[in-house]
Design a protein around this ligand. Structure first.
Ligand SMILES: *Cc1c(COP(=O)(O)O)cnc(C)c1O
Length: 462
């Protein structure tokens, strides 16, 4: 089958999809029993299915379409680059203009001291690179024993063997021999679900201090790095208490371990600053970027490292690592065009000063809904906890995930795309969302909550 201008009928597509396409993070038989939704086009914050039904995409694809869909400039940038130099590598003492320009641009945008860039094609690959950089860094400094990377339970850092091991997803670790050795996980700063009777501030400190305890147990001479998302995305948009990050930073400084900020979701304006590290006063040694780097228009990721880390790497002989598509010229050209638009149109400012406050105000109003245990939001990333009893932050005991799944389906019925993480609903809309579109998002979310509540009552879960 070829994809000419005449796209086959939807049911043909669905049959072929079921027959030949293995989907990521999907129960294949369950999907094929109901068939995949076919998304055929998109513009701004809206996506359209093959039947022409429009949905407000409150997930920006998969947390990535920061500048919104349908920007011709990115297509033009790709075309221009593809015509001039569609591919060349950066391995054997060569480089090319798009990789040079994007490295310099990232060094300019990145917070303090991050000055060098190693390219990948995804967040997963970039985190694999980070794992290798962190270990190589200490080995080059004569401390090869410093090889353990500490991460957090319920963190998401990607899906390769390395990045999936760095992540703390129990459902991933349950398959295929993950995690690989020398990766240790500590608790997450998820006050709503795990904070018990502690105040958020005390809980944030307690969870940060698990890092110090773990370093103490392992020995400082064993620990290479700590990796974390400024705000956990796939884990359920877990916004840490304000006490958390300053304490983490203190501990990393005190114990001489590298701090890796995984900015794959938080980067490029999501939290209202260019990087989540700036929102939380984090001073990372290494930063992972992907997703919003190209607004998802082409696959690209990168490790942005401090001059100190780069100097050690550069002085330690050959780094036996790289990808055929490290610094792919077309992906770099598209990322540069995306960044140009973010800058010239003031989109990060818009997220911080217009869309963010407007969405926060309307989003928090959902907290009065009888199905809602908590609402939270920072910049343009937010969550709703579904709960049968808000007063005690109760989970749906014995039916974990049912309410979330029903709500996700109800969202589609109401023409808004939200994602469920167990019984947490999450959003991360394109940063260009207007105040009018915020209205639509929140009113459709409320209708979805109403419908979900009714269904849960029918099922006897409320
Ligand atoms: C999505 C994500 C990744 C993985 O990126 P891929 O491009 O899917 O490999 C890594 N870290 C975080 C925080 C992510 O959200």
């Amino acid at each position: 089958m070829t994809l000419e201008s005449n796209v086959p009928p939807t049911d043909t597509l669905q049959e072929l999809d079921a027959a030949h396409h293995l989907h990521p993070f999907t129960d294949g038989n369950a999907l094929n029993a109901e068939r995949a939704r076919v998304i055929a086009a998109a513009d701004g914050v809206m996506i359209r299915d093959a039947e022409g039904r429009e949905f407000l995409d409150a997930m920006a694809g998969l947390w990535c379409v920061n500048i919104g869909y349908g920007r011709r400039e990115l297509a033009d940038a790709a075309t221009r680059q593809m015509r001039k130099l569609p591919y060349y590598n950066t391995f054997f003492h060569t480089t090319h203009p798009p990789a040079v320009a994007l490295s310099a641009k990232l060094a300019e945008l990145a917070p303090g001291g991050l000055s060098h860039v190693f390219f990948a094609s995804s967040g997963s690959e970039a985190n694999d690179t980070n794992l290798r950089i962190a270990r190589r860094y200490w080995a080059a400094k004569g401390q090869p024993g410093k090889s353990v990377v500490i991460s957090r339970l319920n963190a998401y850092h990607g899906s390769t063997m390395g990045s999936g091991s760095l992540g703390g997803m129990s459902y991933m670790h349950g398959q295929d021999g993950l995690p690989i050795p020398d990766i240790v996980h500590i608790g997450q700063p998820y006050w709503y679900a795990e904070g018990g009777n502690l105040s958020p501030v005390d809980f944030g400190l307690a969870r940060a201090r698990e890092l110090e305890e773990t370093i103490g147990k392992l020995g400082e001479d064993r620990v290479a790095a700590f990796i974390a998302e400024p705000i956990q995305g796939a884990g359920g948009v877990i916004i840490p208490p304000d006490s958390y990050w300053p304490e983490i930073q203190r501990i990393c400084d005190a114990h001489d371990i590298l701090l890796i900020a995984d900015e794959v979701i938080c980067g490029f304006g999501r939290t209202g600053e260019w990087f989540g590290s700036q929102s939380y006063g984090i001073r990372p040694d290494i930063m992972t970027v992907a997703k919003g780097l190209s607004s998802g228009y082409l696959p690209i990721g990168a490790s942005v490292v401090s001059s100190q880390v780069a100097d050690v790497l550069n002085a330690s002989g050959e780094f036996n690592h790289g990808y055929t598509y490290s610094g792919h010229p077309v992906a770099c050209a598209v990322a540069l065009e995306n960044i140009r638009i973010l800058e010239e149109e003031g989109i990060v400012d818009h997220a911080k000063n217009v869309a963010g406050p407007c969405l926060a105000e309307r989003w928090m109003e959902l907290g009065d809904h009888p199905l809602v245990g908590e609402v939270r939001i920072r910049g343009l990333i937010g969550a709703i906890e579904l709960s049968p009893d808000r007063a005690i932050r109760a989970p749906f005991e014995g039916h974990c995930g049912r309410a979330g799944r029903l709500c996700r389906e109800s969202c589609f019925e109401n023409q808004v795309v939200m994602r469920s993480v167990y019984d947490t609903m999450v959003i991360s809309p394109p940063l260009i969302i207007t105040e009018g579109e915020v209205e639509i998002l929140v009113s459709r979310a409320r209708s979805a909550l109403d419908r979900t509540l009714t269904q849960l009552q029918v099922e006897g879960l409320m």
